[in-house]
Ligand binder design. Structure first.
Ligand code: RP5
Length: 164
C-alpha cells in the first residue's frame, strides 16, 4: 500500500495532527510524519515533496497555521494529491490559515479540510488510496455504516424518551 505523508509546519501543530495519525493507524494505513516549514525550512520541504512519489507516498497531508503556505508550497513540487489542514494557532482563530491554504491559484490545487480537521484529512487520504485498494475502501464503507447506525440509535433513543 502507498504511504501517507504528513508534514506539519511546527511541532506546535502536533496536538492537532495526532487525530490524523490516530485515524490512519485505525485503518492500518502506513504513514510518515515530518516537521518541515514552508518558511523556516523551505529547501527540506521542497525536497521532500519532489521525492515523495518515488519514496512511496500516494497522498500528502500538510498541516500549518498562521500564514499557512506549507500545503501550497508542497503542492507546487508534486503531482500527488495534497490535503491541507489549516491549524488554529493564532489570535485569528485559524481563519488566517484557512484562507492561506484554500485560496490556491489555478493549476496548484490543495484539498482543504476544516480548521483543525485532521481526522477528515486522514479519511480523505484513505478515500484517495481506496480508489485503487478495494479492501481499504470496504473498511471505509464499514465505518460509514457504523457511523450511520450510531446516529439512528440516538434518534431511536430520543424518540423513545419523547414519545414513551
Ligand atoms: C506555522 O506557524 C506553524 O504551522 C504553526 O501553526 C505556527 C506557529 O509556529 P510556532 O511558532 O509555534 O513554531 O508555521
Amino acid at each position: 500500500m502507498k504511504k501517507v505523508g504528513i508534514i506539519m509546519g511546527s511541532d506546535s501543530d502536533l496536538p492537532i495532527v495526532r487525530k490524523a495519525m490516530d485515524t490512519l493507524t485505525a485503518f492500518g494505513v502506513p504513514f510518515e510524519v515530518h516537521i518541515y516549514s514552508a518558511h523556516r525550512t523551505p529547501d527540506e520541504a521542497g525536497t521532500f515533496a519532489a521525492r515523495a512519489r518515488e519514496d512511496g507516498f500516494g497522498v500528502l497531508i500538510c498541516a500549518a497555521g498562521m500564514a499557512a503556505h506549507l500545503a501550497g508550497a508542497i503542492a507546487a513540487r508534486t503531482s500527488l494529491p495534497v490535503i491541507g489542514i489549516p491549524c488554529k494557532s493564532s489570535n485569528l482563530d485559524g481563519m488566517d490559515a484557512l484562507l492561506s491554504t484554500v485560496q490556491m491559484p489555478t493549476g496548484v490545487p490543495v484539498a482543504t479540510v476544516a480548521i483543525n480537521g485532521a481526522a477528515n484529512a486522514a479519511l480523505l487520504a484513505i478515500q484517495i488510496l481506496g480508489v485503487s485498494d478495494p479492501d481499504l475502501a470496504a473498511r471505509l464503507d464499514e465505518k460509514k455504516a457504523k457511523d450511520a447506525a450510531a446516529v439512528l440509535a440516538k434518534d431511536k433513543a430520543l424518540q423513545d424518551e419523547l414519545n414513551g
